[in-house]
Design a protein around this ligand. Structure first.
Ligand code: TRP
Ligand code: SF4
Length: 404
């Protein structure tokens, strides 16, 4: 394991909202299912983040966690591919949060756009708490504790990843300079073996003395290919290249989810608070009833009135489910009034139910045996802790609290 892992490592979290709906599936979860095959993924339930706003009623949190994780598994997240766990079962997040708080200016947190927005929006709650102000810093700890290079998030979370980058930079700046940094770096160079060491030194000199950025790239590639450097040495050598200190916490990149447009039954954005959702693993009759009564293009009052699929939320769902041929049939049939809305909705109902049948099948064993879910989460937490502890050891040492 080395710092280069951050290139392939990904972390993301979801607050425990309970059963998920199609908006969350197409907007976020489907993406995670894809990413688990391409990256080393850490996906967690952000239960502490839920507490920042819901600290007064925590009664349902555990049930919400369970229901959401079953939906994750139903959607195809595979504990063999991705590490799935609950944030609060990995207390290392909290220790890193605390240590990051030492070097995070209050003003950075106060100017995060979601901070004032949310306080405005959630007027019925008293959010003048430290926990709420610290929300994005806790998120920074969630990401940095895994030294993840990538964070898939919605556009609303980009400011949080940006803050994470700033905090990492500041942390590295304040704590990355060990007193014997040069000596340690020189020793690490030697550990690469003669040939690689010579190449590294040449490139480093060319960059430091002549600003040769190609040499910098060559040296980085060389480091990336070194299999047997420890994380600490690797970070040291990356930092040494640029003359600075050690990069203890690498800066992550946001991968912005192009939010799929999923309208709810009333044509507004699908959202639990609007009560216009179709859940994952809904009963087939319920899906049928919901889609049958779903809003359509308001211009089609009577069966003979032509409609415009572009103005119809049903068609927006077809966009997610239908083949090109079927879409063509809808567009032509709707505009010419040769099909009715009931005809149009039928194949959509079938497509949603086919998808959900598969999800129900995957969920069944977990619903029958809830302990299976707990085992997945327990194992995930252990795997996550192994990585988190390693980071934390470096962090503690950098801060000067290694306990040795
Ligand atoms: N704040 C995120 C949201 O509301 C959830 C979250 C918590 C998260 N920690 C994270 C997302 C770390 C990505 C990485 O959606
Ligand atoms: Fe919407 Fe289909 Fe009816 Fe056209 S035919 S208005 S696309 S439901």
């Amino acid at each position: 394991m080395s710092s280069n892992d951050s290139d392939t490592r990904m972390v993301s979290g979801m607050r425990p909202t309970g059963r998920l709906h199609l908006g969350q599936y197409h907007g976020v979860l489907k993406n995670w299912v894809q990413l688990q095959h391409e990256y080393e993924c850490f996906f967690f339930v952000a239960d502490w983040h839920a507490l920042t706003t819901a600290y007064e009623d925590t009664e349902d949190v555990e049930k919400h966690i369970f229901d959401m994780v079953v939906d994750w598994l139903a959607a195809g997240l595979n504990p063999g591919s991705a590490t799935l766990f609950i944030q609060s079962r990995v207390p290392e997040h909290a220790e890193l949060h605390l240590l990051l708080s030492m070097v995070t200016p209050l003003a950075w947190l106060e100017r995060v756009p979601t901070y004032k927005d949310q306080i405005q929006k959630l007027k019925d709650k008293d959010l003048a708490t430290y926990g709420f102000l610290g929300y994005p810093l806790l998120q920074a700890a969630d990401i940095l504790i895994y030294r993840a290079g990538h964070v898939p998030v919605g556009a609303d979370q980009v400011a949080h990843v940006e803050l994470t980058r700033e905090v990492a930079r500041r942390f590295n700046h304040v704590f990355g300079r060990e007193p014997d940094f040069e000596a340690q770096a020189e020793a690490a160079v030697k550990k690469m073996g003669k040939k690689a060491a010579r190449l590294y030194n040449e490139c480093r000199r060319a960059y430091v003395e002549q600003g040769d950025s190609e040499a910098l790239e060559r040296a980085r590639a060389l480091l990336a290919s070194q299999q047997n450097l420890s994380i600490g040495d690797s970070e040291r050598l990356f930092g040494y290249l640029e003359g600075g200190g050690r990069i203890i916490l690498p800066e992550p990149q946001a991968i912005i989810n192009e939010a799929a447009k999923v309208p709810g039954l009333d044509g507004e954005k699908m959202s639990k608070s609007y009560g216009n959702t179709i859940s994952l693993r809904e009963e087939p009759e319920v899906v049928e009833e919901k889609v049958r009564t779903m809003m359509t293009d308001p211009a089609r009052v009577r069966r003979n009135d032509p409609g415009e699929p572009g103005n119809c939320p049903v068609f927006a769902l077809h966009e997610l489910y239908a083949t090109d041929d079927l879409k063509k049939w809808v567009v032509e049939g709707c505009r010419s009034a040769s099909i009715g809305c009931i005809d149009c909705k039928k194949p959509l109902i079938d497509a949603i139910n086919a998808e959900q049948a598969q999800m129900r099948t995957r969920a069944q064993p977990f619903e029958d045996e809830p302990d299976l879910v707990h085992a997945v989460l327990q194992e995930g937490a252990e795997k996550a802790r192994d990585v988190a502890r390693e980071t934390l050891e470096d962090v503690r040492a950098a801060v000067g609290l290694s306990g040795r």
